[in-house]
Design a protein around this ligand. Sequence first.
Ligand SMILES: O=c1ccn([C@@H]2O[C@H](COP(=O)(O)OP(=O)(O)O[C@H]3O[C@H](CO)[C@@H](O)[C@H](O)[C@H]3O)[C@@H](O)[C@H]2O)c(=O)[nH]1
Ligand SMILES: [Mn+2]
Length: 745
Amino acid sequence: MAESNGLPLYQKVGVERPLKRFLDVVIFFLHVSLLCYRLLLFRRHGFSSLFAIAFLCELWFTFYWALITNLNWSPIHYITYPQRLLQRVSEVPPVDVFVTTADPELEPPIILINTVLSVLAVEYPANKLACYVSDDGCSSLTFYSLCEALKFAQIWVPFCKKYKVQIRAPFRYFSGDLDSHGSTEFQYEWRRMKDEYEELRRRIEVAAAAKNSAFSNLIGEFPDFANSKPNNHPPIVKVIWENKEGLWDGVPHLVYVSREKKPQIPHHYKAGAMNVLTRVSGLMTNAPYMLNLDCDMFVNNPEVILQAMCLLLDPKIDKIDKEFAFVQFPQCFYNGLKDDPAGNQAIVVMQLAFRGMAGVQGSFYIGTGCIHRRKVMYGQSPDEANINEKYDEVELYKTFGNSKEFVTSATRTLRSFADDPNCLSNSIEATNEVATADYEHNSCWGFKVGWQYGSVVEDMLTGMGIHKKGWKSAYITPNPPAFLGCAPMGGPVPLGHMKRVMTGLLETLISRESPIVTALCDKLQFRQRLIYLWGYLVSIRAIPDICYATLPAFCLISNSHFLPKVQEPVLFIPLLLFVINNLRQLLDFFETGQSVRAWWNGQTMERILVMSSSLPGMVTVILKILGLSETVFEITKKESSSSSDDKESTDRDLGRFTFDESPIFVPVTTILMIQLAALLISFLGTQTSVQEFGVAEVMSCVWLILCFWSFLKGMFAKGSYGLPWPTLLKSSALTFLFVYFCQVK
Ligand SMILES: O=c1ccn([C@@H]2O[C@H](COP(=O)(O)OP(=O)(O)O[C@H]3O[C@H](CO)[C@@H](O)[C@H](O)[C@H]3O)[C@@H](O)[C@H]2O)c(=O)[nH]1
Ligand SMILES: [Mn+2]
C-alpha cells in the first residue's frame, strides 16, 4: 500500500555532532580523574567522612554523566513526505483521537473545546476520523460546551479547509490579526467566524457562571448528570455528532464519554480513562491507530496525522526497521515566555534528548501528542503473526473482559482486519458496559493490555512496556510544531507538577517493572535500558545534588576543604569540569536557537525543580510503601487565556517566580540560607582558626547563591512574590541546625 511510485515516505538521517561527542568524552574523563584524585587522597590521608561523601556524590555524577553521554551519542531525525501520502487519500487508515479532561475548574472547558475543534478540523478525511472526549469530571458544563462547540464546528471546519488555515484552535487563530491581503470574501468570513467564536465563548462563560440551577434549562440532556458526582456516577456515553453519510469533507464523529466511577473502586486516573476510551472506540469505530491528546494540547500543524502516517505506513524503507509501535511528537507550548524564565519549556530535552532516544530504540511515550497502533496496545509483540493466528476464546475473555462485542472487535484488531464503518448509536448499550467501573475486574487491562497502572506517570510505564516487547518507536518534530500545550508559569504549579512526575518515576524505578529488575527477561536494547535508567534516576537526583551543594558551606563553616586548594595544581580538574560542563550546556541551547539568558534560566531552574520536587516525591513514595497513603495524580492547572482578543502577554511579571506556603519551597530556601550563613561566617572569621582560605569553596557558594537568585529575591519580596514566613522560619531552623552540626564536629 505504502510504497507506490517507489518513493519513500520518510527518511532517517543521522545527526553529526563531533564537537559534542568530543566534549562528552572529555567531561567523562575529567569526572574519572576527579574520582582518582579522591582515591589517592584516601590512600595518603586515610578515611575521612567528608571525602567519602564527596567521593560518593562524584561517583554518582560520573555514572549519571555516562548515562547522558549514551543518550546523546547517536541522535537521528526523520524527514517525512506527507505530500507523497496525500496522493493516495483514499488509502489512509482510520484514526481515533482521544482527548482527556478531568476537572472543569482546573481545566476550563473553553480550553478543551479549542483542542477538540482543532482536532475536528485536522487535514485528514473526515470519514476516517473520530474524536472521543473522556470527562473524568462528569461535568454537565463540559458536555454542554462540547455540544455548543459542535455547532460552531459545522462552520469552522469548512472555513479552515477552504482557506487552509494553519492554527485550527480558534482562540489562537483569532488572537492574530486579520490578513488584509485576503479576498473580501475571506475577510467577511473571518469576521463572521470570529464573532461566532466570541458568541460561543460567551455562552460557555454564562453557563459556567450559572452553575446548576439556571443551567438545567439550557440543556435537555441534563438528567444524565443530575445527582452525579465526579467520583460516583453511572457511565455516560453520548454521540454528540455522527458523520452518518461518511462525508470525507464533513465534520468527524464526536463522542462524549464519562466512565462510571464508584468511590470504592480505584479508577487509575488518566491511564484508566485511556483504557475506557480504547474500549469504547473499539466498539464504535475501532480504528487501527489512536492519537492521544491532553485537553490543553491543540493541533497546531493540521498535517500531523499525515506526518505520522508516513512513518506508520512505510515500514519497508529500511529492512531492519520493525514497524514502529508509536509515533511521538514533542510537547511544545504556546504561552512560553521569552528565554523561558520558568525553565519548563524543555526545548533542549525535546529537540535533542528525544532525538538521541530515536537513535536507539525510540523515544519515550510522553502521554500526549502520540499516535499508537491499536494492536500494540492490545498486547501484540512485533514478531507475532497476526492474520491467521488462532486466538483461544477463553484467553481472550480473560484478557479483555466479558464484553462479547469487545472481544470480537479486539480479535479483528489483532488480526489486522479493517473494520467497516458502523452506526455509532447502535453500540451505546455495549459501550456503557465497557465503561463501567468494575469492567476491568479480573482482566488484563492496565497490566498486559492498554495503558499501564501502578504509576502516576503512566506514560513512561506504558511506553517502556511497549519497548520491552521489542517494538521500536519514532519521534518527529515537524515545523510548524505539531501540537501546542499550556505551560504552567514559575511557582507552585510547575513544582507541584514536577513532584508528581518524580513520585511516578520513583514508583516505577523501585517496582517490579523497573528496567533493572526485568533486565533478563525483556527485549529492551542495552542502550535503551540505560536511557530509561537516565529517565527514572532523575527522581533521586536530589540526594547527591543536595549533599554536594552543602559541602562547600560545611567546609567554610568547619574550616575544612573538600576541593583542592588554590596552590594545588589538581584544582584544574574541578575547574575545567565546571567550565566545560557549562559550555557544553550552552552549546545545546545555541543549537536549539536559544539565548545565553535562556541557558542561565534553564540550568538554574533545573536545579531548583530537581531539589524542590524530588524530596517530597520520595516522601510520597515512602508513605505509599508503608501503606500510609496512595500516590495521587494531581491535575495541573491550565491557564485560560481563551479569549480571541488576548494578545501575547509581554508582562514582565509573568516570568517572575511566585511562592506559597507549600513545604515544597523549604529545601531550596534552606540550601540558599546555608550558603549565605557559610559566607557570612567565613568572612566574619568566626571559625576557630583561619589557616587557608577555601577559594574554591567560596566560589561554589557564590555560584549556588546566583543559581537561587529567584529565591533570594523571594526572601525580601512581599505578597505572592515573597517567601511566606512559615517557610522562612522552617528553613532558618534547619540552617541553624546545620551550622550547629558543622561546628560540633
Ligand atoms: O484522573 C485523571 C487525571 C488526569 N486526566 C487527564 O490527564 C491529562 C494530563 O494531566 P495534567 O494534569 O495536564 O498532567 P501533565 O503533567 O501536564 O501531563 C503530562 O504527564 C502525564 C503523566 O506523566 C501524562 O499523562 C500527560 O499526558 C502529560 O502531558 C489531562 O488531560 C487530564 O485531564 C484524566 O483524564 N483523569
Ligand atoms: Mn498538562
